[in-house]
Design a protein. Structure first.
Length: 267
């Protein structure tokens, strides 16, 4: 009897394990965003202090939330939400027979991301070198920023109300990469990093530095926004909705990607 129970228990455990593995195979494994080993953070060493880029997240007021929920199209534009937050409407004037339509303008309403990638060598900003052709032992080469460099990003095409579009794209790119992004970053002259690179005898070593940047691609939804009052109700109506594809390059603040090369002849 004891042997029968043990055999039954073994079969049960095997069946349970098979189900677990089958369920596991059906799940998609989430991959984290991996930063290459060649990329180094320099926020403490940077001789130029880059301003912190605060993402324009806004908490809608009760009125703004009511109006946003009333629209048939999703509205995420932080500039438009700010205007709604600063607005007030007196309910006593909303009589049953009162009708009005107020044109608020044409706005980029939302941005839908279709993909985010990072070019770790987006723009070269510095080169250090060491000539060890006459040496008998390895020579150490470290990074020192020779000149101050400013790296700018931007949209890949002209867009109406481009500043609002850039804000929405940066929010999405930051969520996807978890990197400190900004459309402008500066590497200060004299910035140093002590990580050594060995240049062998009879070699010339070159240490190139690059500012990384996120490449964000997606679609922007535009529409004409109206604030309407009808039958004692207030709501947002969006007309003439269109979509445009757009891309953007957004540099990574206070990060550098290093590339080391050793050759027989100077470049």
């Amino acid at each position: 009897m004891k042997r029968v129970l043990i055999a039954f228990l073994a079969i049960f455990l095997l069946a349970t394990s098979a189900n677990v593995f089958a369920e596991g195979d059906g799940k998609k494994e989430e991959k984290g965003f991996k930063i290459p080993d060649s990329v180094v953070k320099i926020s403490k060493e940077n001789t130029y202090t880059n301003p912190t880029q605060d993402l324009p997240y806004l908490q809608p007021s009760s009125l703004a939330e009511e109006l946003l929920d009333s629209a048939d199209v999703a509205i995420e534009n932080p500039d438009l939400i700010r205007i709604l937050n600063e607005s007030t409407i007196n309910d006593s004037k909303l009589a049953l027979g009162f009708r009005a339509s107020i044109y608020l303008g044409e706005w980029p309403l939302s941005y839908e991301s279709e993909g985010t990638e990072v070019n770790w060598e987006y723009q070269k900003v510095n080169t250090n070198y060491a000539d060890n052709r006459g040496g008998r032992s390895p020579q150490k080469l470290t990074y020192t920023q020779e000149q101050q460099k400013k790296v700018n990003g931007g949209l890949t095409a002209k867009m109406p109300n481009s500043e609002a579009v850039k804000k929405m794209m940066m929010i999405k790119a930051t969520e996807h990469t978890n990197l400190p992004l900004s459309f402008e970053t500066v590497i200060g002259q004299g910035t140093k990093k002590s990580n050594p690179y060995n240049v062998a005898p009879k070699k010339v070593g070159y240490l190139n530095s690059f500012v990384p940047a996120a490449n964000e691609k997606g679609k922007v939804t535009y529409g004409e926004v109206y604030l309407t009052f009808k039958g004692g109700k207030r709501k947002l109506e969006v007309k003439n909705v269109t979509q445009q594809g757009i891309g953007a390059w957004i540099p990574v603040q206070d990060h550098l990607s290093f590339s080391f090369v050793a050759t027989d002849q100077p470049k």
